[in-house]
Design a protein around this ligand. Structure first.
Ligand SMILES: Nc1ncnc2c1ncn2[C@@H]1O[C@H](COP(=O)(O)OP(=O)(O)OP(=O)(O)O)[C@@H](O)[C@H]1O
Ligand SMILES: [Mg+2]
Length: 431
């Protein structure tokens, strides 16, 4: 330190830090800054995109005037639906069709708070040198300002984590559009009138997708019939249809052969990734569901295992409560309860009891967790609420039951069905 050259260098560094950059926050250092920030890349639109008239018109009605211009004011559209039903692609197509009408389009990865902050910051910084050092908070303030000659579109895609408070990321602008895509239907509360609950494809859309994606299936009446059988087997779910089309394209098998394969080697065929597609978030329907499974609360996972042993439709939710208050032992017809029956009871208690007691709130929590990932839907009826699952979700849920646990859940399902409530209020239990 006594060396003159070292002292001079130190002085120089301190002056540079003091005068040249000024203060900087940790938040600023966290994201890439500088003059040449590139905006996050826009996800690709699938080359085999199939037009979906009804949901597309819904999006257009929410955001556009009758003359095709952008509506005035602050607008929000929430698109929700099960994994792989086509939410992201639908919105991506809207961007393709209308991006010229907006001053800028920000496409944000909504999978975590971190990715949302990162992408918003990078989009704003990419607008030019004047913004290149803005912190996330500064970017949000900037976004709230009016834009000359137009407005911005902010798409926050795949907001699937129920712990994200998405409204915290809405710019407080007077004029602008936000589109959210999520598996979580409860986000619809953010804008009930512009909530699009996207379902699986129609039969014609599914056939169209299979024919385009597989290249080999021709449009003759005969092939179209085979394609409709494949679509039906796969529950018209776009991601599964793409997977099937990719398999048919790669192996050059016919749609009829594919159906036979599905019937004989279902698990293997459904685990085969769609390799002929680019930029898919998940390459199999099961991988898309696995993403939800990995963040499900443990009790919801157990309930999913149990439900996989019942019929996939018309499971009467409220009969759980009737049986639970009696310790899952309301069965007076069967005197011999046996070890298996006891194991089943314990399993049911583990799922639906909280601290050793029946707690209806626990059941509601489980149902809402499963719904928030669109793994189930609930249909209210006069007698009870009926729980339903998509056919592929149901098959996948059964596969997720660990091998060592199968008997336990089977016993629980039998124990539960014996109460008679499942059969009297809903459909027959499978076991
Ligand atoms: N309209 C469509 N035309 C053709 N293919 C489609 C269409 N919609 C979806 N797909 C196919 O299905 C796959 C899944 O679609 P997408 O990613 O949009 O589903 P998602 O509902 O956003 O799913 P996730 O909840 O996992 O984000 C896409 O990668 C694409 O290959
Ligand atoms: Mg998506």
């Amino acid at each position: 330190m006594n060396d003159e050259e070292v002292a001079a260098t130190m002085d120089h560094c301190i002056t540079t830090l003091k005068d040249g950059i000024g203060s900087t926050t940790l938040e600023q250092l966290k994201y890439l800054g500088g003059g040449e920030v590139l905006a996050p890349e826009l996800l690709e639109l699938t080359p085999n995109y199939v037009e979906r008239a009804i949901p597309t018109e819904f999006l257009e009605r929410c955001l556009l005037d009758a003359d095709g211009g952008i509506k005035k004011g602050s607008k929000r559209v929430i698109v929700t639906g099960m994994g792989g039903c086509g939410k992201t692609q639908l919105v991506r197509k809207f961007i393709d069709d209308y991006e010229d009408s907006f001053a800028s389009v920000f496409f944000i990865d909504g999978s975590s708070k971190e990715t949302i902050k990162r992408d918003i910051t990078e989009h704003v910084r990419a607008l030019g040198g004047a913004h290149s050092q803005k912190s996330f908070e500064e970017c949000m303030k900037f976004l709230s300002l009016p834009v000359q000659g137009g407005e911005r579109l902010l798409v926050i895609d795949n907001v699937d984590d129920p712990n994200i408070n998405i409204s915290a990321f809405f710019p407080k602008w007077r004029r602008g559009s936000v589109i959210i895509t999520s598996r979580n239907g409860s986000h619809g509360q953010l804008s009930p009138l512009s909530h699009l609950q996207l379902d699986v494809m129609s039969l014609n859309e599914s056939i169209d997708l299979l024919i385009r994606g597989s290249g080999g299936i021709q449009l003759s009446a005969q092939h179209s019939e085979a394609a409709s059988k494949v679509a039906e087997e796969l529950g018209y779910l776009p991601i599964a249809l793409v997977q099937a089309a990719s398999y048919i394209y790669r192996t050059e098998c016919s749609a009829d052969t594919y159906i036979s394969l599905l019937r004989t080697s279902r698990q293997r065929v459904l685990s085969d990734p769609a390799t002929s597609q680019i930029d898919m978030r998940y390459t199999t329907a099961f991988a898309a569901f696995d993403a939800s499974y990995s963040i499900l609360p443990s009790k919801a996972r157990l309930a999913l295992h149990l439900l996989s042993f019942f019929h996939r439709q018309r499971f009467p939710i409220d009969c759980i409560g009737f049986d639970a208050v009696n310790g899952f032992s309301s069965d007076i017809r069967y005197l011999d309860r046996g070890e298996e029956s006891e194991r089943g009871r314990e399993c049911l208690k583990e799922i639906f009891y909280s601290d050793g007691m029946w707690d209806p709130a626990e059941l509601e929590y489980i149902i809402s967790s499963l719904r928030s990932h669109s793994l189930i839907t609930v249909m209210p009826t006069e007698i009870t609420r009926l729980l339903q699952m998509h056919s592929l979700v149901h098959e996948w849920a059964r596969l997720r039951v660990p091998g060592t646990e199968i008997l336990r859940f089977q016993d629980a399902a039998i124990r539960f069905s014996r109460s008679g409530l499942v059969t009297s209020m809903g459909d027959d239990a499978r076991e």
